[in-house]
Ligand binder design. Structure first.
Ligand code: ADP
Length: 616
Protein backbone atom coordinates (compact mmCIF):
# COMPACT_ATOMS: atom_id res chain seq x y z
CA UNK A 1 0.00 0.00 0.00
CA UNK A 2 2.83 2.27 0.98
CA UNK A 3 4.66 1.49 -2.27
CA UNK A 4 1.55 2.21 -4.38
CA UNK A 5 1.04 5.54 -2.62
CA UNK A 6 4.66 6.56 -3.13
CA UNK A 7 4.58 5.52 -6.80
CA UNK A 8 1.33 7.33 -7.38
CA UNK A 9 2.90 10.44 -5.91
CA UNK A 10 6.16 10.04 -7.82
CA UNK A 11 4.66 9.77 -11.30
CA UNK A 12 2.92 13.18 -11.46
CA UNK A 13 5.90 14.75 -9.68
CA UNK A 14 8.24 13.32 -12.32
CA UNK A 15 5.86 14.39 -15.08
CA UNK A 16 5.68 17.93 -13.67
CA UNK A 17 9.43 18.04 -13.49
CA UNK A 18 9.78 16.75 -17.08
CA UNK A 19 7.20 19.32 -18.19
CA UNK A 20 9.05 22.20 -16.54
CA UNK A 21 12.38 20.98 -17.99
CA UNK A 22 10.76 20.87 -21.42
CA UNK A 23 9.36 24.37 -20.95
CA UNK A 24 12.72 25.73 -19.81
CA UNK A 25 14.43 24.10 -22.82
CA UNK A 26 12.00 25.84 -25.14
CA UNK A 27 12.42 29.13 -23.30
CA UNK A 28 16.19 28.83 -23.60
CA UNK A 29 15.90 28.10 -27.29
CA UNK A 30 13.85 31.24 -27.82
CA UNK A 31 16.23 33.32 -25.73
CA UNK A 32 19.18 31.90 -27.66
CA UNK A 33 17.51 32.65 -30.99
CA UNK A 34 16.70 36.19 -29.88
CA UNK A 35 20.21 36.82 -28.55
CA UNK A 36 21.80 35.39 -31.70
CA UNK A 37 19.54 37.49 -33.91
CA UNK A 38 20.17 40.61 -31.87
CA UNK A 39 23.94 40.05 -31.86
CA UNK A 40 23.91 39.40 -35.60
CA UNK A 41 21.89 42.53 -36.30
CA UNK A 42 23.95 44.73 -33.98
CA UNK A 43 27.24 43.48 -35.43
CA UNK A 44 25.88 43.86 -38.94
CA UNK A 45 24.71 47.39 -38.19
CA UNK A 46 27.94 48.45 -36.51
CA UNK A 47 30.12 46.86 -39.14
CA UNK A 48 28.05 48.39 -41.94
CA UNK A 49 28.12 51.79 -40.31
CA UNK A 50 31.87 51.77 -39.83
CA UNK A 51 32.37 50.33 -43.34
CA UNK A 52 30.13 52.99 -44.87
CA UNK A 53 31.84 55.67 -42.83
CA UNK A 54 35.19 54.57 -44.17
CA UNK A 55 33.80 54.37 -47.72
CA UNK A 56 32.32 57.83 -47.34
CA UNK A 57 35.62 59.29 -46.17
CA UNK A 58 37.48 57.59 -49.00
CA UNK A 59 34.85 58.81 -51.49
CA UNK A 60 35.31 62.37 -50.25
CA UNK A 61 39.07 62.11 -50.70
CA UNK A 62 38.65 60.68 -54.20
CA UNK A 63 36.14 63.40 -54.99
CA UNK A 64 38.58 66.11 -53.97
CA UNK A 65 41.18 64.56 -56.26
CA UNK A 66 38.72 64.20 -59.16
CA UNK A 67 37.63 67.84 -58.74
CA UNK A 68 41.23 69.03 -58.69
CA UNK A 69 42.06 67.04 -61.81
CA UNK A 70 38.98 68.41 -63.64
CA UNK A 71 39.75 71.97 -62.62
CA UNK A 72 43.37 71.51 -63.66
CA UNK A 73 42.31 70.09 -67.04
CA UNK A 74 40.21 73.20 -67.70
CA UNK A 75 42.57 75.68 -66.12
CA UNK A 76 45.28 74.57 -68.56
CA UNK A 77 43.35 76.24 -71.37
CA UNK A 78 41.55 78.99 -69.50
CA UNK A 79 44.07 81.69 -70.37
CA UNK A 80 44.22 80.86 -74.06
CA UNK A 81 40.95 82.50 -75.27
CA UNK A 82 41.82 85.60 -73.23
CA UNK A 83 45.21 85.77 -74.90
CA UNK A 84 43.67 85.19 -78.32
CA UNK A 85 41.02 87.88 -77.70
CA UNK A 86 43.84 90.35 -77.25
CA UNK A 87 45.69 89.12 -80.33
CA UNK A 88 46.15 91.87 -82.91
CA UNK A 89 45.65 89.56 -85.86
CA UNK A 90 42.36 88.39 -84.39
CA UNK A 91 41.24 91.92 -83.80
CA UNK A 92 42.42 92.89 -87.32
CA UNK A 93 40.31 90.12 -88.84
CA UNK A 94 37.25 91.22 -86.93
CA UNK A 95 37.87 94.78 -88.16
CA UNK A 96 37.71 93.51 -91.77
CA UNK A 97 36.18 90.09 -91.97
CA UNK A 98 36.43 89.90 -95.73
CA UNK A 99 40.19 90.50 -95.97
CA UNK A 100 41.54 87.15 -97.23
CA UNK A 101 45.07 87.70 -95.91
CA UNK A 102 43.72 88.44 -92.42
CA UNK A 103 41.57 85.34 -92.54
CA UNK A 104 44.53 83.25 -93.68
CA UNK A 105 46.76 84.65 -90.97
CA UNK A 106 44.21 83.91 -88.22
CA UNK A 107 43.52 80.43 -89.61
CA UNK A 108 47.22 79.64 -89.66
CA UNK A 109 47.75 80.99 -86.20
CA UNK A 110 44.75 79.06 -84.78
CA UNK A 111 45.87 75.82 -86.45
CA UNK A 112 49.39 76.19 -85.08
CA UNK A 113 48.20 76.98 -81.56
CA UNK A 114 45.62 74.14 -81.60
CA UNK A 115 48.27 71.64 -82.62
CA UNK A 116 50.76 72.95 -80.06
CA UNK A 117 48.32 73.13 -77.16
CA UNK A 118 46.45 69.95 -78.08
CA UNK A 119 42.99 71.47 -78.18
CA UNK A 120 40.22 70.16 -80.45
CA UNK A 121 39.52 73.44 -82.17
CA UNK A 122 39.96 77.21 -81.96
CA UNK A 123 37.67 79.43 -83.89
CA UNK A 124 36.55 83.03 -84.14
CA UNK A 125 33.00 84.34 -84.68
CA UNK A 126 31.88 87.77 -85.67
CA UNK A 127 29.24 89.57 -83.54
CA UNK A 128 26.53 87.70 -85.46
CA UNK A 129 27.91 84.32 -84.59
CA UNK A 130 29.28 83.51 -88.04
CA UNK A 131 32.63 81.76 -87.95
CA UNK A 132 35.27 83.85 -89.65
CA UNK A 133 38.39 81.88 -88.84
CA UNK A 134 39.09 78.37 -87.44
CA UNK A 135 41.96 76.02 -86.69
CA UNK A 136 40.22 73.44 -88.89
CA UNK A 137 39.73 75.85 -91.81
CA UNK A 138 41.31 73.41 -94.20
CA UNK A 139 39.47 70.23 -92.99
CA UNK A 140 36.28 68.74 -94.44
CA UNK A 141 34.28 69.59 -91.31
CA UNK A 142 35.60 73.14 -91.09
CA UNK A 143 33.73 75.58 -88.89
CA UNK A 144 34.47 78.51 -91.18
CA UNK A 145 31.30 79.99 -92.62
CA UNK A 146 29.06 78.23 -90.06
CA UNK A 147 26.93 80.34 -87.72
CA UNK A 148 26.91 79.35 -84.03
CA UNK A 149 24.83 82.29 -82.95
CA UNK A 150 22.31 79.94 -81.24
CA UNK A 151 24.98 78.22 -79.18
CA UNK A 152 25.01 79.38 -75.52
CA UNK A 153 28.82 79.64 -75.43
CA UNK A 154 28.48 82.42 -78.04
CA UNK A 155 25.50 84.22 -76.48
CA UNK A 156 26.86 83.93 -72.95
CA UNK A 157 30.35 85.15 -73.96
CA UNK A 158 28.83 87.99 -75.90
CA UNK A 159 26.69 88.90 -72.93
CA UNK A 160 29.07 88.35 -70.03
CA UNK A 161 32.47 88.31 -71.72
CA UNK A 162 33.27 84.71 -70.95
CA UNK A 163 31.47 81.32 -71.24
CA UNK A 164 31.96 77.67 -70.42
CA UNK A 165 29.73 75.21 -72.14
CA UNK A 166 29.91 71.48 -72.54
CA UNK A 167 28.15 70.01 -75.52
CA UNK A 168 28.38 67.85 -78.56
CA UNK A 169 29.73 69.66 -81.59
CA UNK A 170 26.97 70.32 -84.09
CA UNK A 171 29.40 70.15 -86.97
CA UNK A 172 31.77 67.39 -85.86
CA UNK A 173 29.49 65.46 -83.53
CA UNK A 174 32.45 65.34 -81.14
CA UNK A 175 31.79 66.38 -77.53
CA UNK A 176 33.93 68.90 -75.82
CA UNK A 177 34.14 71.88 -73.51
CA UNK A 178 33.64 75.14 -75.27
CA UNK A 179 35.41 78.08 -73.60
CA UNK A 180 34.24 81.36 -75.12
CA UNK A 181 35.78 84.82 -74.71
CA UNK A 182 34.41 88.06 -76.08
CA UNK A 183 36.85 90.09 -78.21
CA UNK A 184 36.47 93.74 -77.25
CA UNK A 185 35.98 96.17 -80.14
CA UNK A 186 37.38 99.64 -80.48
CA UNK A 187 34.05 101.25 -79.61
CA UNK A 188 33.67 99.22 -76.45
CA UNK A 189 31.24 96.83 -78.04
CA UNK A 190 31.89 93.12 -78.56
CA UNK A 191 33.73 92.72 -81.84
CA UNK A 192 33.48 88.98 -81.84
CA UNK A 193 33.90 85.81 -79.80
CA UNK A 194 36.88 83.49 -79.79
CA UNK A 195 36.07 79.91 -78.79
CA UNK A 196 38.31 77.09 -77.68
CA UNK A 197 36.98 73.54 -77.87
CA UNK A 198 38.74 71.28 -75.38
CA UNK A 199 38.47 67.51 -75.51
CA UNK A 200 37.89 66.25 -71.95
CA UNK A 201 37.31 62.59 -72.92
CA UNK A 202 40.71 61.64 -71.47
CA UNK A 203 39.37 62.17 -67.92
CA UNK A 204 36.58 59.54 -68.00
CA UNK A 205 39.07 57.09 -69.48
CA UNK A 206 41.46 57.70 -66.61
CA UNK A 207 38.65 57.24 -64.04
CA UNK A 208 37.53 54.05 -65.69
CA UNK A 209 41.05 52.65 -65.75
CA UNK A 210 41.45 53.54 -62.07
CA UNK A 211 38.21 51.62 -61.37
CA UNK A 212 36.45 54.68 -60.06
CA UNK A 213 32.87 55.72 -60.64
CA UNK A 214 32.84 59.48 -61.34
CA UNK A 215 30.16 61.58 -63.04
CA UNK A 216 29.98 65.27 -63.91
CA UNK A 217 26.56 66.81 -64.46
CA UNK A 218 25.56 70.24 -65.70
CA UNK A 219 23.10 72.72 -64.22
CA UNK A 220 20.16 70.76 -65.66
CA UNK A 221 21.47 67.61 -63.99
CA UNK A 222 22.50 65.94 -67.25
CA UNK A 223 25.65 63.85 -66.97
CA UNK A 224 28.19 64.77 -69.64
CA UNK A 225 31.38 63.21 -68.30
CA UNK A 226 31.27 59.76 -66.78
CA UNK A 227 33.55 56.84 -66.12
CA UNK A 228 30.76 54.59 -67.41
CA UNK A 229 29.82 55.40 -71.08
CA UNK A 230 26.21 54.32 -70.48
CA UNK A 231 25.65 57.23 -68.10
CA UNK A 232 26.63 59.92 -70.59
CA UNK A 233 24.09 62.49 -71.80
CA UNK A 234 21.45 61.19 -69.41
CA UNK A 235 20.00 63.24 -66.57
CA UNK A 236 20.09 61.84 -63.05
CA UNK A 237 16.44 62.80 -62.64
CA UNK A 238 13.75 63.54 -65.10
CA UNK A 239 14.40 66.93 -66.74
CA UNK A 240 11.63 69.50 -66.96
CA UNK A 241 9.93 69.95 -70.36
CA UNK A 242 11.26 73.49 -70.91
CA UNK A 243 14.77 72.44 -69.98
CA UNK A 244 14.55 69.43 -72.29
CA UNK A 245 13.33 71.66 -75.13
CA UNK A 246 16.21 74.05 -74.57
CA UNK A 247 18.75 71.20 -74.64
CA UNK A 248 17.30 69.93 -77.91
CA UNK A 249 17.24 73.39 -79.48
CA UNK A 250 20.83 74.00 -78.47
CA UNK A 251 21.65 70.50 -79.68
CA UNK A 252 23.79 70.30 -76.52
CA UNK A 253 23.75 66.55 -76.26
CA UNK A 254 22.96 65.60 -79.86
CA UNK A 255 19.99 63.23 -80.10
CA UNK A 256 20.07 61.99 -76.48
CA UNK A 257 16.61 60.87 -75.31
CA UNK A 258 17.47 62.29 -71.85
CA UNK A 259 16.31 59.09 -70.14
CA UNK A 260 16.85 59.56 -66.38
CA UNK A 261 19.45 57.38 -64.67
CA UNK A 262 17.52 57.15 -61.42
CA UNK A 263 13.94 55.92 -61.22
CA UNK A 264 12.73 58.02 -58.34
CA UNK A 265 12.88 61.77 -58.16
CA UNK A 266 14.76 61.66 -54.92
CA UNK A 267 17.98 63.36 -54.02
CA UNK A 268 20.70 60.90 -54.90
CA UNK A 269 22.51 61.59 -51.65
CA UNK A 270 23.39 58.48 -49.71
CA UNK A 271 22.98 55.26 -51.64
CA UNK A 272 22.12 54.86 -55.31
CA UNK A 273 21.96 52.15 -57.94
CA UNK A 274 23.11 53.16 -61.43
CA UNK A 275 22.56 51.06 -64.54
CA UNK A 276 25.66 49.95 -66.39
CA UNK A 277 26.07 48.17 -69.67
CA UNK A 278 25.79 44.78 -67.93
CA UNK A 279 23.82 45.40 -64.73
CA UNK A 280 23.92 48.04 -62.04
CA UNK A 281 26.49 49.63 -59.82
CA UNK A 282 25.30 50.26 -56.31
CA UNK A 283 27.10 52.52 -54.02
CA UNK A 284 27.44 55.41 -51.73
CA UNK A 285 27.33 58.85 -53.34
CA UNK A 286 29.36 61.93 -52.52
CA UNK A 287 29.14 65.13 -54.55
CA UNK A 288 30.63 68.53 -54.79
CA UNK A 289 29.62 71.61 -56.77
CA UNK A 290 31.76 73.57 -59.21
CA UNK A 291 29.86 76.89 -58.98
CA UNK A 292 31.91 78.71 -61.58
CA UNK A 293 30.73 76.22 -64.23
CA UNK A 294 27.40 75.39 -62.54
CA UNK A 295 28.45 71.77 -62.57
CA UNK A 296 28.38 69.01 -59.98
CA UNK A 297 30.89 66.16 -59.62
CA UNK A 298 29.57 62.87 -58.25
CA UNK A 299 31.66 60.11 -56.83
CA UNK A 300 30.04 56.69 -56.41
CA UNK A 301 31.86 54.40 -53.96
CA UNK A 302 30.75 50.77 -54.41
CA UNK A 303 29.46 49.32 -51.16
CA UNK A 304 29.30 45.68 -52.18
CA UNK A 305 32.53 44.84 -50.33
CA UNK A 306 31.38 46.80 -47.27
CA UNK A 307 28.07 44.94 -47.28
CA UNK A 308 29.86 41.62 -47.71
CA UNK A 309 32.21 42.47 -44.88
CA UNK A 310 29.32 43.48 -42.63
CA UNK A 311 27.53 40.28 -43.59
CA UNK A 312 30.60 38.21 -42.78
CA UNK A 313 31.08 39.98 -39.46
CA UNK A 314 27.40 39.39 -38.63
CA UNK A 315 27.76 35.76 -39.64
CA UNK A 316 30.85 35.39 -37.49
CA UNK A 317 28.99 37.00 -34.58
CA UNK A 318 26.02 34.70 -35.12
CA UNK A 319 28.26 31.63 -35.30
CA UNK A 320 30.17 32.75 -32.22
CA UNK A 321 26.88 33.23 -30.38
CA UNK A 322 25.65 29.82 -31.45
CA UNK A 323 28.97 28.15 -30.62
CA UNK A 324 28.89 29.79 -27.20
CA UNK A 325 25.31 28.75 -26.71
CA UNK A 326 26.10 25.19 -27.82
CA UNK A 327 29.07 25.04 -25.48
CA UNK A 328 26.87 26.28 -22.63
CA UNK A 329 24.08 23.90 -23.58
CA UNK A 330 26.54 20.98 -23.82
CA UNK A 331 27.92 21.90 -20.41
CA UNK A 332 24.53 22.15 -18.80
CA UNK A 333 23.39 18.97 -20.51
CA UNK A 334 26.48 17.18 -19.24
CA UNK A 335 25.76 18.46 -15.75
CA UNK A 336 22.15 17.38 -16.03
CA UNK A 337 23.23 13.96 -17.28
CA UNK A 338 25.73 13.58 -14.46
CA UNK A 339 23.08 14.63 -11.95
CA UNK A 340 20.54 12.19 -13.35
CA UNK A 341 23.16 9.43 -13.51
CA UNK A 342 24.05 10.07 -9.90
CA UNK A 343 20.37 10.04 -8.92
CA UNK A 344 19.89 6.80 -10.86
CA UNK A 345 22.94 5.28 -9.21
CA UNK A 346 21.69 6.25 -5.78
CA UNK A 347 18.22 4.90 -6.56
CA UNK A 348 19.78 1.71 -7.87
CA UNK A 349 21.97 1.32 -4.82
CA UNK A 350 18.97 1.89 -2.58
CA UNK A 351 17.00 -0.64 -4.59
CA UNK A 352 19.84 -3.17 -4.37
CA UNK A 353 20.06 -2.62 -0.62
CA UNK A 354 16.30 -3.04 -0.26
CA UNK A 355 16.28 -6.14 -2.44
CA UNK A 356 19.27 -7.59 -0.60
CA UNK A 357 17.46 -7.00 2.68
CA UNK A 358 14.31 -8.60 1.29
CA UNK A 359 16.31 -11.49 -0.14
CA UNK A 360 18.17 -12.21 3.08
CA UNK A 361 14.84 -12.06 4.98
CA UNK A 362 13.34 -14.46 2.43
CA UNK A 363 16.44 -16.62 2.76
CA UNK A 364 16.10 -16.74 6.51
CA UNK A 365 12.42 -17.58 6.13
CA UNK A 366 13.26 -20.28 3.63
CA UNK A 367 15.99 -21.70 5.84
CA UNK A 368 13.65 -21.91 8.81
CA UNK A 369 10.94 -23.41 6.59
CA UNK A 370 13.45 -25.99 5.30
CA UNK A 371 14.50 -26.82 8.85
CA UNK A 372 10.84 -27.11 9.85
CA UNK A 373 10.17 -29.27 6.83
CA UNK A 374 13.16 -31.45 7.60
CA UNK A 375 11.95 -31.82 11.12
CA UNK A 376 8.46 -32.67 9.90
CA UNK A 377 9.86 -35.10 7.32
CA UNK A 378 12.00 -36.77 9.97
CA UNK A 379 9.00 -37.00 12.27
CA UNK A 380 6.90 -38.36 9.43
CA UNK A 381 9.59 -40.81 8.51
CA UNK A 382 9.91 -42.07 12.06
CA UNK A 383 6.10 -42.25 12.38
CA UNK A 384 6.04 -44.14 9.11
CA UNK A 385 8.75 -46.47 10.34
CA UNK A 386 6.83 -46.98 13.55
CA UNK A 387 3.66 -47.63 11.58
CA UNK A 388 5.32 -50.10 9.26
CA UNK A 389 6.89 -51.83 12.23
CA UNK A 390 3.54 -51.88 14.03
CA UNK A 391 1.97 -53.24 10.87
CA UNK A 392 4.56 -55.99 10.76
CA UNK A 393 3.92 -56.89 14.38
CA UNK A 394 0.19 -56.87 13.66
CA UNK A 395 0.78 -59.23 10.73
CA UNK A 396 2.78 -61.44 13.01
CA UNK A 397 -0.10 -61.34 15.47
CA UNK A 398 -2.47 -62.36 12.66
CA UNK A 399 -0.34 -65.37 11.79
CA UNK A 400 0.56 -66.15 15.40
CA UNK A 401 -1.69 -69.23 15.41
CA UNK A 402 0.13 -70.62 12.41
CA UNK A 403 3.51 -69.75 13.92
CA UNK A 404 2.43 -71.27 17.18
CA UNK A 405 1.55 -74.40 15.33
CA UNK A 406 4.85 -74.26 13.42
CA UNK A 407 6.79 -74.21 16.69
CA UNK A 408 4.55 -76.54 18.63
CA UNK A 409 4.76 -79.24 16.02
CA UNK A 410 8.56 -79.72 16.28
CA UNK A 411 8.29 -79.34 20.05
CA UNK A 412 5.78 -82.23 20.15
CA UNK A 413 8.06 -84.21 17.83
CA UNK A 414 10.96 -83.42 20.17
CA UNK A 415 9.02 -84.65 23.14
CA UNK A 416 8.15 -87.90 21.29
CA UNK A 417 11.79 -88.35 20.28
CA UNK A 418 12.93 -87.75 23.87
CA UNK A 419 10.50 -90.38 25.22
CA UNK A 420 11.40 -92.95 22.57
CA UNK A 421 15.12 -92.20 22.91
CA UNK A 422 14.94 -92.95 26.67
CA UNK A 423 13.31 -96.32 25.89
CA UNK A 424 15.92 -97.10 23.18
CA UNK A 425 18.67 -96.09 25.60
CA UNK A 426 17.37 -98.51 28.26
CA UNK A 427 17.24 -101.19 25.59
CA UNK A 428 20.76 -100.42 24.67
CA UNK A 429 19.84 -99.65 21.09
CA UNK A 430 22.66 -97.17 20.60
CA UNK A 431 22.18 -96.88 16.85
CA UNK A 432 18.55 -95.77 17.16
CA UNK A 433 19.44 -93.46 20.06
CA UNK A 434 22.11 -91.85 17.83
CA UNK A 435 19.66 -91.53 14.91
CA UNK A 436 17.02 -90.01 17.26
CA UNK A 437 19.55 -87.57 18.64
CA UNK A 438 20.40 -86.47 15.12
CA UNK A 439 16.73 -86.01 14.36
CA UNK A 440 16.23 -84.07 17.60
CA UNK A 441 19.14 -81.86 16.66
CA UNK A 442 17.50 -81.19 13.30
CA UNK A 443 14.18 -80.37 15.02
CA UNK A 444 15.82 -77.92 17.43
CA UNK A 445 17.64 -76.38 14.51
CA UNK A 446 14.28 -75.95 12.77
CA UNK A 447 12.84 -74.28 15.93
CA UNK A 448 15.91 -72.07 16.21
CA UNK A 449 15.54 -71.19 12.54
CA UNK A 450 11.87 -70.21 13.04
CA UNK A 451 12.68 -68.12 16.09
CA UNK A 452 15.61 -66.47 14.34
CA UNK A 453 13.34 -65.73 11.40
CA UNK A 454 10.61 -64.28 13.66
CA UNK A 455 13.16 -62.25 15.61
CA UNK A 456 14.55 -60.85 12.44
CA UNK A 457 11.05 -60.17 11.09
CA UNK A 458 9.99 -58.37 14.27
CA UNK A 459 13.06 -56.15 14.43
CA UNK A 460 12.86 -52.46 13.59
CA UNK A 461 14.18 -51.57 10.18
CA UNK A 462 14.65 -48.51 8.00
CA UNK A 463 14.88 -47.92 4.29
CA UNK A 464 18.57 -47.17 4.64
CA UNK A 465 19.30 -50.92 4.93
CA UNK A 466 18.94 -51.73 1.27
CA UNK A 467 20.62 -54.54 -0.60
CA UNK A 468 20.17 -56.81 -3.58
CA UNK A 469 17.44 -59.21 -2.52
CA UNK A 470 16.48 -62.39 -4.33
CA UNK A 471 12.74 -62.32 -4.97
CA UNK A 472 12.58 -66.10 -4.73
CA UNK A 473 14.30 -66.19 -1.33
CA UNK A 474 12.07 -63.40 0.01
CA UNK A 475 8.93 -65.15 -1.28
CA UNK A 476 10.01 -68.49 0.20
CA UNK A 477 10.74 -66.83 3.55
CA UNK A 478 7.22 -65.36 3.62
CA UNK A 479 5.70 -68.68 2.57
CA UNK A 480 7.81 -70.37 5.24
CA UNK A 481 6.15 -68.28 8.00
CA UNK A 482 2.76 -69.43 6.67
CA UNK A 483 3.75 -73.02 6.05
CA UNK A 484 1.48 -74.41 8.78
CA UNK A 485 -1.59 -72.51 7.49
CA UNK A 486 -0.94 -73.41 3.85
CA UNK A 487 -0.75 -77.02 4.80
CA UNK A 488 -3.80 -76.82 7.03
CA UNK A 489 -5.89 -75.14 4.38
CA UNK A 490 -4.58 -77.41 1.60
CA UNK A 491 -3.49 -74.58 -0.63
CA UNK A 492 -1.58 -75.47 -3.76
CA UNK A 493 1.35 -73.08 -4.04
CA UNK A 494 3.47 -72.60 -7.12
CA UNK A 495 6.44 -70.31 -7.01
CA UNK A 496 7.80 -69.58 -10.51
CA UNK A 497 10.47 -67.03 -9.79
CA UNK A 498 13.77 -67.16 -11.70
CA UNK A 499 16.84 -67.25 -9.45
CA UNK A 500 18.34 -64.22 -11.18
CA UNK A 501 15.35 -62.05 -10.11
CA UNK A 502 17.21 -59.60 -7.87
CA UNK A 503 15.69 -56.36 -6.64
CA UNK A 504 17.09 -53.44 -4.74
CA UNK A 505 15.20 -53.46 -1.44
CA UNK A 506 15.20 -53.72 2.32
CA UNK A 507 14.74 -57.54 2.83
CA UNK A 508 12.55 -57.53 5.96
CA UNK A 509 10.13 -54.93 4.57
CA UNK A 510 9.94 -56.73 1.24
CA UNK A 511 9.09 -59.91 3.14
CA UNK A 512 6.44 -57.94 5.11
CA UNK A 513 4.82 -56.90 1.79
CA UNK A 514 4.89 -60.45 0.45
CA UNK A 515 3.50 -61.81 3.73
CA UNK A 516 0.60 -59.32 3.55
CA UNK A 517 -0.19 -60.29 -0.05
CA UNK A 518 -0.05 -64.02 0.72
CA UNK A 519 -2.14 -63.67 3.92
CA UNK A 520 -4.78 -61.69 1.95
CA UNK A 521 -4.77 -64.38 -0.75
CA UNK A 522 -5.15 -67.15 1.85
CA UNK A 523 -7.97 -65.16 3.53
CA UNK A 524 -9.74 -64.73 0.20
CA UNK A 525 -9.47 -68.46 -0.61
CA UNK A 526 -10.73 -69.71 2.77
CA UNK A 527 -14.19 -70.57 1.42
CA UNK A 528 -13.14 -71.18 -2.15
CA UNK A 529 -13.65 -74.64 -3.67
CA UNK A 530 -10.16 -74.58 -5.17
CA UNK A 531 -7.19 -73.00 -3.46
CA UNK A 532 -4.31 -72.04 -5.71
CA UNK A 533 -1.62 -69.57 -4.94
CA UNK A 534 0.73 -68.65 -7.80
CA UNK A 535 3.79 -66.50 -7.33
CA UNK A 536 5.40 -65.46 -10.60
CA UNK A 537 8.12 -62.95 -11.45
CA UNK A 538 9.07 -61.45 -14.77
CA UNK A 539 11.44 -58.77 -16.00
CA UNK A 540 9.70 -55.49 -16.78
CA UNK A 541 10.64 -52.72 -19.15
CA UNK A 542 12.69 -49.98 -17.49
CA UNK A 543 15.00 -52.32 -15.56
CA UNK A 544 12.41 -53.60 -13.08
CA UNK A 545 11.07 -56.90 -11.79
CA UNK A 546 7.37 -57.57 -11.49
CA UNK A 547 6.21 -60.06 -8.89
CA UNK A 548 2.58 -61.12 -9.08
CA UNK A 549 0.64 -62.95 -6.34
CA UNK A 550 -2.41 -64.53 -7.91
CA UNK A 551 -5.02 -66.50 -6.00
CA UNK A 552 -8.26 -68.31 -6.72
CA UNK A 553 -10.33 -66.52 -4.10
CA UNK A 554 -12.86 -64.92 -6.47
CA UNK A 555 -11.15 -61.51 -6.70
CA UNK A 556 -11.86 -58.04 -5.37
CA UNK A 557 -15.34 -56.60 -5.82
CA UNK A 558 -15.35 -53.87 -8.51
CA UNK A 559 -16.71 -51.26 -6.10
CA UNK A 560 -13.79 -51.90 -3.72
CA UNK A 561 -11.09 -51.74 -6.35
CA UNK A 562 -10.41 -48.03 -5.78
CA UNK A 563 -10.27 -48.34 -2.01
CA UNK A 564 -8.18 -51.41 -1.22
CA UNK A 565 -5.01 -49.31 -0.76
CA UNK A 566 -6.76 -46.83 1.56
CA UNK A 567 -5.75 -47.08 5.23
CA UNK A 568 -8.26 -48.89 7.42
CA UNK A 569 -10.27 -50.20 4.46
CA UNK A 570 -11.24 -53.75 5.13
CA UNK A 571 -14.04 -56.11 4.21
CA UNK A 572 -13.05 -58.49 6.94
CA UNK A 573 -14.87 -58.79 10.23
CA UNK A 574 -13.55 -57.04 13.33
CA UNK A 575 -10.60 -58.85 14.82
CA UNK A 576 -9.68 -60.37 11.46
CA UNK A 577 -8.60 -57.36 9.52
CA UNK A 578 -7.29 -53.89 10.35
CA UNK A 579 -7.33 -52.55 6.81
CA UNK A 580 -3.64 -51.58 7.04
CA UNK A 581 -1.93 -54.42 5.12
CA UNK A 582 -2.22 -53.03 1.59
CA UNK A 583 -1.83 -49.37 2.54
CA UNK A 584 1.43 -50.14 4.40
CA UNK A 585 2.56 -52.40 1.54
CA UNK A 586 1.95 -49.57 -0.88
CA UNK A 587 3.94 -47.19 1.38
CA UNK A 588 6.87 -49.62 1.58
CA UNK A 589 6.96 -50.33 -2.15
CA UNK A 590 6.80 -46.61 -3.05
CA UNK A 591 9.53 -45.98 -0.50
CA UNK A 592 11.69 -48.52 -2.33
CA UNK A 593 11.09 -46.69 -5.60
CA UNK A 594 8.52 -49.14 -6.95
CA UNK A 595 4.76 -49.51 -7.33
CA UNK A 596 1.90 -51.81 -6.41
CA UNK A 597 -1.32 -52.54 -8.28
CA UNK A 598 -4.44 -54.67 -7.73
CA UNK A 599 -6.38 -56.38 -10.48
CA UNK A 600 -8.67 -59.36 -10.97
CA UNK A 601 -7.43 -62.43 -12.84
CA UNK A 602 -9.30 -65.50 -14.16
CA UNK A 603 -9.89 -67.07 -10.71
CA UNK A 604 -9.17 -64.38 -8.25
CA UNK A 605 -7.23 -61.28 -7.38
CA UNK A 606 -3.76 -60.54 -8.77
CA UNK A 607 -1.69 -58.23 -6.62
CA UNK A 608 1.54 -57.19 -8.36
CA UNK A 609 4.53 -55.22 -7.17
CA UNK A 610 7.15 -53.68 -9.43
CA UNK A 611 10.61 -52.96 -7.98
CA UNK A 612 13.84 -51.66 -9.47
CA UNK A 613 16.17 -54.46 -10.54
CA UNK A 614 19.37 -54.69 -8.49
CA UNK A 615 21.52 -54.95 -11.63
CA UNK A 616 20.06 -51.71 -13.08
P1 ADP B 1 -7.13 -56.43 5.77
O1 ADP B 1 -6.47 -57.60 5.18
O2 ADP B 1 -6.79 -56.21 7.18
O3 ADP B 1 -8.59 -56.31 5.47
P2 ADP B 1 -5.73 -55.13 3.69
O4 ADP B 1 -5.34 -53.73 3.53
O5 ADP B 1 -4.67 -56.11 3.61
O6 ADP B 1 -6.52 -55.15 5.05
O7 ADP B 1 -6.85 -55.48 2.65
C1 ADP B 1 -7.89 -54.64 2.42
C2 ADP B 1 -9.03 -55.35 1.72
O8 ADP B 1 -8.65 -55.67 0.39
C3 ADP B 1 -9.40 -56.62 2.28
O9 ADP B 1 -10.29 -56.44 3.39
C4 ADP B 1 -10.11 -57.29 1.11
O10 ADP B 1 -11.41 -56.87 0.97
C5 ADP B 1 -9.32 -56.80 -0.03
N1 ADP B 1 -8.35 -57.78 -0.52
C6 ADP B 1 -7.04 -57.78 -0.32
N2 ADP B 1 -6.44 -58.79 -0.93
C7 ADP B 1 -7.41 -59.53 -1.51
C8 ADP B 1 -7.43 -60.73 -2.28
N3 ADP B 1 -6.29 -61.39 -2.61
N4 ADP B 1 -8.63 -61.16 -2.73
C9 ADP B 1 -9.76 -60.47 -2.45
N5 ADP B 1 -9.83 -59.35 -1.73
C10 ADP B 1 -8.64 -58.89 -1.26
Amino acid sequence: MKRITSLAGAVPRRMTRAGSVLKSIWLWRWILAAVTLAATLVVFGLSLESGLDLARRQARQRLVIAEAVLRAAIARYEYLPTVLALDTQVQALLADVDAPDRVAAVNAKFAAIATASNVAAIYLMDPDGLTRGASNWNQPLSFVGTSYAYRPYFTAAKATGVSHYFGIGTTTGVPGLFIGKAVPGADGRVAGVVVLKVDLEGLPNEWREAGEQVLVSDAAGVVFLASEPAWKYRPLHRVGAAEAARIRVERQYGDSALTPLLDQDRDPAGMIDLPTGDGTVGGLVERTALPEFDWTIWYVAPTGATLRQAGLAALAAGITCLALAFALAARSQRRRRLRSEQAMRLALEQRVTERTRELSAANDRLRSEIAERERTTAALRSTQDELIHAGRLAALGQISTAINHEINQPLAALRTFLASTAVFLERGDGATVRRNLERMTQVTQRIAEIIRHLKAFARKTGTEHREAVKLRAASEAALDLLQARIRAEAVTVTCTIPPEALVWAEPIRLEQVLLNLIVNALDAMQDAPERRLDLTAAREAGSCWRLAVADSGGGIAEEHMGQVFDPFFTTKSAGEGLGLGLSLSSLIVRDLGGSIAAANGARGAVLAIVLPAADA
